[in-house]
Design a protein around this ligand. Structure first.
Ligand code: SAM
Length: 212
């Protein structure tokens, strides 16, 4: 997976994304909001905000910032901001989730919904989520991880060489991601069809992880 193949994949998908992935991924997006304790005035960053399907789910008294590598996906998000009068959405900009321009400790919550298996370097993306989030803020990741079912797991490993064409990595293992990135998972939920995706709510343990 490299950034230009990701961009190409989402350039192709932007026009049909909401139809294909709107309803099917909706329970996962809703689970994120249901498990966040957001207070008025808090700031949330959505890494890989895509077409902005999650934006209307946020309380209007919370500021939401969205970044994505795909301009065609962001154009759809900007249309939603206007048509749904989402004045609390403060930014929708092209930026790489592995290397943003935000200062340290800028956000109370950082969300990556269906993104960590898409970016070229998942660890760098999680490190960046941690950097821009306040100490003890919340990091929320929703993703499909490689199935523990042996048949499905084999199928997903077989699909791995097609990652660039698919636009996502089917064989990422949850345990490896959590260990490699030192995520402090405080809550875990199976979401979407057959619970095939997972929501991980994590405490931003940046001080603990920096001292290791
Ligand atoms: C599967 S979509 C998820 C979109 C949205 N979060 C949702 O819930 O539907 C993955 C998104 O991640 C974006 N993306 C992939 N790599 C990225 C990167 N390095 N930086 C920022 N966005 C990226 C893609 O352009 C795409 O919009």
């Amino acid at each position: 997976m490299d950034l230009s193949s990701v961009e190409k994949a989402y350039q192709r998908l932007a026009g049909v994304y909401d139809t294909v992935f709107g309803a099917i991924f909706h329970p996962g997006r809703k689970a994120v909001l249901d498990h966040l304790d957001l207070n008025p005035g808090e700031k949330v960053l959505e890494m890989g905000v895509g077409t902005g399907l999650s934006l209307p789910l946020y309380p209007r008294d919370v500021e939401v910032y969205g970044i994505d590598i795909s301009e065609p996906m962001l154009e759809k998000a900007r249309e939603k901001k206007v048509s749904e009068h989402l004045d609390n959405v403060k930014l929708l900009e092209v930026m790489d989730a592995e290397e943003t321009t935000f200062e340290d400790d800028s956000f109370d919550v950082v969300v990556a919904a269906y993104v960590v298996t898409v970016v070229p370097n998942p660890k760098r993306c999680v490190d960046e989520m941690r950097r821009v989030c306040k100490p003890d803020g919340e990091l929320v990741i929703v993703n499909h991880f490689q199935s523990e079912n042996p048949v499905m797991g084999r199928l997903e490993r077989a699909l791995a060489p097609l990652s660039s064409a698919l636009g996502w990595r089917p064989n990422m293992r949850q345990r490896e991601l959590v260990e490699e990135t030192d995520l402090d998972v405080v809550e875990q939920r199976r979401v979407n069809l057959f619970g095939y995706w997972t929501m991980l709510k994590c405490r931003n343990n940046k001080d603990a992880s920096a001292s290791k």
